[in-house]
Design a protein around this ligand. Sequence first.
Ligand code: URA
Length: 236
Amino acid sequence: MTSRYHRLDRFLSARLQISRSNLRLLLAGGRVQVNGQVEGDRQRRIGPFDRVVCDGEILQANRPRYLMLNKPAAVVSATRDDHHPTVLDLLPEDQREGLHLAGRLDFNSTGLVLLTNDGDWSRQLSQPENQVRKHYRVTLEKPLTDDYVTAFAEGMWFEYEGITTRPAALKIRSPFEADVWLCEGRYHQIKRMFGRFDNKVLTLHRLAIGKLVLDETLQPGEWRALSALEVSSIFS
Ligand code: URA
């Protein structure tokens, strides 16, 4: 994984295309500011969200951004697709730049999707060790039995990946409807788990990721920014 942090001198020479001696002059002359403070240390580490200004020109002003979106069916969880609309297409053009998805949903799955430009945050969300549970509501073709609860809790062997799924919780809400909580996200995981019982998933809706619950005022296709509290409390 490449580091998202760069030394200030490397950052400046890449952005300004200037010689080393001019770089030293810039720094010694107090002409570079990082997050509002004059910075003279060429070895200072610059992260993706540090604000860097040189001679009054903003070289980097990236702010971390975090959005939740209520994904409709028939939309691809990707930033580009040649055949179908993507979740990014649901945002106004001026909101799209630099965003990526923090966890996908299948084409016909619906519900909570998170978008951000903060790679550290999305990486933490996806790491199973962080135990961020995702809550799904599922409807099925055939009636459920208590055997499903046991099988989900024990984990299932996935031949293709060569892994046993982590313990998952399943609560039967009615004969054809269940809630499922997963703390990992294998390819088509829920469909494959119900597939073991030869039971087809008819609808799959994500209600929550960690502590963050899909805002019920968001209609399918609508989005909103997360509050600072929501961004930090998702892991708690
Ligand atoms: N599991 C699936 O099978 N599909 C999803 O979209 C999410 C989890």
